[in-house]
Design a protein around this ligand. Structure first.
Ligand SMILES: Nc1nc2c(c(=O)[nH]1)N[C@H]1C(S)=C(S)[C@@H](COP(=O)(O)O)O[C@H]1N2
Ligand SMILES: [Mo]
Length: 386
């Protein structure tokens, strides 16, 4: 009879080398995911030392695409890494002293915080908020710090083990018969390299199956992508519809209010149409990982700032006709406000905006998250110079 449960779980594939290699890959994925996630947070809630440029126009598309892609790639990597170590959960005694106890506690924090990030991230990109009885953005942001702290601690504790694991030559290239490698040389099933290749294939499959929501060439093969970037009114997805935002179609009484430091003007749709019209090809890049190219036409924000004699280097508060909701307003920093590509768009692909895309007018600015591209604009407030 087998007494030690480790025998039930034993696989000759498990080794320090395998765990170290999976750990390096997972560490890189989590690192890129954290940096790009922090960037997205800082763009939306800029600390005093942070400023985000308006060019290149698609930089945020790249960073946020990487955030979602590395988060998704971490799912198979984490599964494989947990598989490679989980028999240790049953090692007896569970705690061999204070230091060992603290180390196990830090691993419990690491695993649960990482699982929380991956699960909430996948729920968020699937637009499935029901299982999350908390505000996703805040929870996902603060838990990210927990993950990073626990990863750094884990790395500091395990560095000697990882070093040794990576230094040892692989069984396929050496005749050395250490305890762990000898198992692999006699094992006839999957080899360590075979397992790594399988995990790599799983990462590639997850990436190809989802990245089409932001990489146009992969659109047709991305069967698991939550969004098809070409599906929606005027060939563009919609996150919040006018009905969801409780905005109805405006009539002839619509006025765009532009508030300057010294005067305020009210512009009708005819006034807006009479101003110089400009066209820009700019993507909508949702924080949820989908993005889509579109051609927008309308009036430059800088021209609207000039109508009230505002400072050309001022910030602009953009407010929606939508009366409630977190995303009813956004602030254009000076770099985005004065960029000639930043438009109050009246048209999309040459037609008037669909109501769900923000009719009568919406903000569209280069290199900016979708949540800040305010729809159904009713008021611009030109602030002081920065
Ligand atoms: N007023 C308002 N504008 C908004 C939103 C909103 O909820 N209210 N959602 C934003 C989000 S999250 C995105 S991704 C883009 C999507 O634009 P689209 O629906 O035209 O594709 O609009 C943004 N503008
Ligand atoms: Mo979004």
């Amino acid at each position: 009879m087998v007494r030690d449960p480790r025998y039930l779980l034993a696989s000759p594939l498990r080794s320090t080398r395998l765990t170290s290699q999976l750990g390096v890959a997972l560490g890189v994925a989590i690192g890129v995911c954290f940096v790009t996630g922090y960037l997205s947070h800082a763009i939306q809630h800029p600390p005093w030392w942070f400023s985000w440029p308006s060019r290149p126009v698609s930089l945020y598309r790249l960073t946020q695409g990487l955030h979602v892609a590395t988060g998704l790639a971490a799912v198979p990597l984490l599964a494989a890494k947990l598989w490679s170590v989980y028999p240790r959960l049953f090692v007896w005694p569970p705690v061999r002293g204070v230091a060992h106890g603290l180390e196990r506690l830090s691993i419990a924090v690491l695993v649960s915080a990482t699982l929380f990030q991956l699960v909430t991230g996948v729920l968020n990109i699937s637009l499935w908020y029901a299982p999350m009885p908390f505000f996703f953005t805040a929870a996902h942001y603060w838990t990210a710090w927990l993950v990073v702290g626990a990863v750094l601690l884990h790395l500091a504790v395990k560095l000697p083990v990882v070093r040794a694991g990576l230094a040892r030559p692989g069984p396929e290239t050496s005749h050395e018969t250490s305890h762990e490698t000898s198992h692999e040389t006699v094992h006839e099933g999957l080899t360590r390299r075979g397992l790594l290749a399988t995990v790599g294939a799983a990462v590639a499959a997850v990436t190809v199956a989802t990245a089409g929501q932001t990489v146009p060439g992969l659109r047709r093969v991305s069967v698991l992508a939550p969004r098809d970037p070409k599906l929606g009114p005027q060939g563009l997805p919609v996150n919040a519809t006018a009905a969801a935002a409780r905005v109805s179609r405006v009539d002839g009484s619509y006025r765009l209010t532009v508030v300057g430091p010294h005067r305020t003007v009210e512009l009708t749709l005819a006034d807006l149409a009479a101003m110089p019209q400009h066209t820009a090809s700019l993507p909508i890049t949702c924080v949820e990982g989908w993005s889509a190219d579109a051609t927008w036409s309308g009036v430059r924000i800088s021209d609207l700032m000039a109508t009230v004699g505002g400072d050309p280097d001022a910030e602009v508060l953009v407010e929606s006709l939508q009366t409630g909701g977190r995303y009813r307003a956004s602030v254009l920093d000076a770099a985005h406000a004065r960029d000639p590509l930043t438009l109050l768009a009246l048209r999309l692909h040459g037609e008037p905006l669909h109501l769900d895309h923000g009719y009568p007018c919406r903000l569209i600015a280069p290199n900016r998250p979708g949540v800040l591209q305010t729809k159904w604009v009713g008021r611009l407030t030109v602030g002081g110079a920065r």
